[in-house]
Design a protein around this ligand. Structure first.
Ligand SMILES: Cc1cc2nc3c(=O)[nH]c(=O)nc-3n(C[C@H](O)[C@H](O)[C@H](O)COP(=O)(O)OP(=O)(O)OC[C@H]3O[C@@H](n4cnc5c(N)ncnc54)[C@H](O)[C@@H]3O)c2cc1C
Length: 438
């Protein structure tokens, strides 16, 4: 039996959910966009109130629309001309305004096609979704755009341990000269240091991560893509890594990464489980710091903090975190060399980034236990087909259940940043507008 999809429930109203709702409305499909909070369009990334948090992608690549690459830059020229350089890195809060403006514009132009609901989705059924307050939203199809799961908590209970640094006001307890420990040395750590400094903090920070790697910075001007060599695309992972180093030496590492970017999802799709496992275990930390780069200005700022000894980075594993009324202590095992003294400070900020436990999430957890979904072999997320449809326990694609955005990582690997998500939005829209066989 063929059936049309007329009403879609979208679970999560960040960038992915909002921009999907907008594209669906443009094709005449109604959606209910459900988000925990009323700030539709923002999500964690674009809800920062701090204008020192810059995009980590140049404005020329941040259009919300796959079909109109200059859409964001044109919006900047009209609405924030002071930051409209296409090669520049605009404040994230301005990008949030752009997303909200696009959503509002589509709502005005297509009245009644997008319904906003503030609430927590607690369950997915065959005919819609149910919110935690019991409200039922009927739908012919459901798209999960729930973003990254909440971070794991570093240590239970103590106010000295800031386990959700994104929570509004989380850093307000930190005094201007307080010493800070940070677990995790990626983009979240950088954001937190910038937020602290924006509030007048002049203290010192010691940061720990397994490898002690810091995100690299973009070049001042856009880096041309180096076309990938055949040896980069095929063969054992170790020989491809050797080729990557050779290409980087010859043509520059940013150019090499730019060349890989458009084909990363295809390369991931073609890799077998053993290769994917090696990528996740060994390559991922290196991939992340080279792929998700800082705006040059922010990279230079972090370099200054390091040079001034206000930021110290060590590599190792957390053994224990203990806290009392006076401060916090971090016992750790160095990655190499003899045991080292515990690290101590007034506060500890958990910057380990998003959690990745689909089983623990109430929505995906119940899909898994009910057999409507299954995890990929590496347990990165739900298994999906090429359009983002969820595969059930027997491997059949559900034509009425999709995942879009960061939780689709098992299928597409790079599905975190706007340029990747907007492509996936088009795939989901095409799948939802095609006749459904039931
Ligand atoms: C700090 C930070 C900076 C970033 N900077 C950039 C950048 O510069 N450029 C770039 O391209 N990408 C950036 N990213 C990547 C970012 O993930 C994407 O750009 C995009 O914001 C992802 O949007 P999303 O809607 O998929 O997820 P999210 O923004 O996480 O939104 C998901 C939404 O779903 C809601 N939700 C979850 N579960 C439920 C439920 N059960 N019921 C109701 N609501 C629910 C959440 O509350 C949230 O509002 C950044 C990410 C972070 C965290």
């Amino acid at each position: 039996m063929a059936g049309r999809i007329d009403r879609v429930a979208i679970v999560g109203g960040g960038f992915s959910g909002s921009m999907l709702a907008a594209r669906l409305a443009e094709t005449g499909i109604a959606s209910t966009l459900i988000n925990r909070t009323p700030d539709f369009g923002l999500g964690v990334a674009y809800s920062t109130p701090f204008d020192g948090h810059l995009l980590n992608v140049r404005s020329s690549r941040m259009s919300a629309l796959a079909t109109q690459p200059d859409h964001f830059v044109r919006w900047l020229e009209a609405n924030a001309p002071e930051v409209s350089d296409p090669d520049g890195f605009a404040p994230r809060l301005i990008f949030g305004r752009y997303v909200q403006a696009r959503l509002a514009g589509i709502e005005a132009g297509h009245p009644g096609l997008i319904r906003r609901v503030v609430g927590e989705v607690a369950g997915i059924e065959a005919d819609g979704v149910t919110l935690s307050d019991g409200l039922k939203v009927a739908a012919d199809a459901v798209v999960l755009t729930t973003g990254n799961p909440a971070p794991r908590t570093a240590s239970g209970g103590s106010r000295r341990v800031i386990s959700d640094p994104w929570a509004p006001g989380a850093l307000e307890v930190i005094g201007s000269d307080d010493e800070v420990l940070i677990v995790g040395t990626g983009l979240t750590m950088v954001d937190m240091l910038l937020s602290l400094e924006g509030r007048g903090w002049r203290g010192r920070a010691k940061a720990l991560s397994r490898r002690g790697l810091l995100p690299r910075a973009h070049g001042e001007r856009p880096d041309p893509a180096e076309p990938p060599t055949p040896a980069l695309l095929d063969g054992a992972l170790s020989s491809r890594m050797a080729e990557a180093r050779a290409v980087s030496r010859r043509s520059g590492w940013r150019e090499m990464m730019e060349g890989l970017r458009p084909i990363t999802a295809d390369l991931w799709g073609r890799a077998d489980t053993a290769t994917r496992g090696r990528i996740v275990r060994h390559l991922r930390p290196w991939w992340d710091v080279h792929r998700h780069r800082l705006a040059p200005r922010i990279g230079a700022h972090i370099d200054r903090l390091l040079a001034d000894d206000r930021l110290t980075v060590v590599s190792g594993r957390v053994k224990a975190i203990t806290a009392d009324a006076d401060g916090v202590r971090l016992d750790w095992r160095p990655r190499q060399g003899p045991a080292r003294q515990p690290l101590t400070a007034c506060w500890l900020i958990d910057c380990t980034g998003p959690g990745h436990a689909p089983e623990g999430d109430p929505v995906t957890g119940s899909l898994l236990t009910g057999g409507r979904a299954r995890l990929d072999p590496l347990r990165l997320g739900l298994e999906l087909d090429d359009s983002g449809r969820v595969l059930d326990a027997d491997g059949r694609a559900d034509p009425r259940l999709f995942v879009l955005g960061p939780p689709a990582r098992a299928a597409f690997w790079e599905t975190i940043a706007v340029p990747d998500i907007r492509k996936r939005i088009e795939d989901v829209v095409s799948a939802l507008t095609a006749p459904v066989k039931t």
